[in-house]
Design a protein around this ligand. Structure first.
Ligand SMILES: Nc1nc2c(ncn2[C@@H]2O[C@H](COP(=O)(O)OP(=O)(O)OP(=O)(O)O)[C@@H](O)[C@H]2O)c(=O)[nH]1
Ligand SMILES: [Mg+2]
Length: 247
């Protein structure tokens, strides 16, 4: 998809010092000071970029599941290991990708998983085209909380929002607490797309965002007699299944 060529040069750095330190750009206290400021900044960046379609994607899930790392992997192609610093409030990054000749701009909102920021993030659900809901395959608690996250989505998001359940950190074989089948079963129950990802190795990260971009493009260009695009089926066909992780 020519990702480097279509990268936007917007950009606040999520982390300073190159070592997993959060707090760069708006990911420090400034994002917490005013949502309207952040919205204005996002809109300004939108207007100066060339794209055919634009959509908002939100990353949600418990603190520590890897939301920020997933976004950094997608945007910059790197993994920020080192000490874990929690996101404060909410932050965003843009990336333009190409789907069948159309440029789709993804405005990706990275939310804080910590409970104390929950009321801030609620306001952002309404505008989201897609929600990437993460749990950590090495943390059962983060998986058990997925039902609560889905209830929250039900309450605050648009009815036709695209939901993708992502079991992140699938590179960690030894400390795994959840089987791939656990995620598949839950996703099936709720009728949402599912795959395991790794921000560390990059497994399925690009696919998660590209599937969202493709869904938007299909929604906008689909003719009445054409079948609807099914994100869950699409990711099932395209995803990589880690051999090390199944049991
Ligand atoms: N092994 C492995 N570690 C990961 C992966 N993704 C994230 N991590 C680690 O998990 C920790 C938390 O990652 P973050 O991306 O900051 O978590 P978060 O979901 O943004 O957390 P909050 O901002 O508090 O909501 C960091 O120490 C990361 O290095 C992954 O795919 N594999
Ligand atoms: Mg974070």
């Amino acid at each position: 998809m020519g990702k480097d060529k279509t990268l936007n040069a917007n950009g606040t750095d999520f982390r300073q010092n190159g070592g997993g330190q959060a707090g760069g750009g708006m990911n420090g206290h400034s994002s917490f000071q005013g949502n309207s400021h952040l919205h204005r900044q996002a809109s300004r960046q939108c207007s100066s970029e060339l794209y055919d379609l634009s959509c908002k994607v939100m990353l949600i899930g418990d603190s520590g599941v890897g939301k920020t790392c997933l976004l950094v992997r997608f945007k910059d192609g790197t993994f920020l290991s080192g000490s874990f610093i929690s996101t404060v409030g909410i932050d965003f990054r843009n990336k333009v990708v190409e789907v069948d000749g159309s440029k789709v701009k993804l405005q990706i909102w990275d939310t804080a998983g910590q409970e104390r920021f929950r009321s801030i993030t609620h306001a952002y659900y309404r505008d989201a085209h897609a929600l990437l809901l993460l749990y950590d395959v090495t943390n059962k608690n983060s998986f058990d909380n997925i039902r609560a996250w889905l209830a929250e989505i039900n309450e605050y998001a648009q009815e036709d929002v695209v939901i993708m359940l992502l079991g992140n950190k699938c590179d960690v074989a030894g400390e795994r607490q959840l089987r791939r089948e656990d995620g598949e079963k839950l996703a099936k129950e709720y009728g949402v797309a599912f795959m395991e990802t790794s921000a560390k190795t990059g497994m399925n990260v690009e696919l998660a965002f590209m599937a969202v971009a493709r869904d938007l493009k299909m929604k906008k260009t689909r003719k009445p007699d054409e079948p609807q695009f099914n994100v869950a089926e699409y990711v099932d066909q395209e995803k990589t299944t880690s051999q090390c992780c199944s049991s």
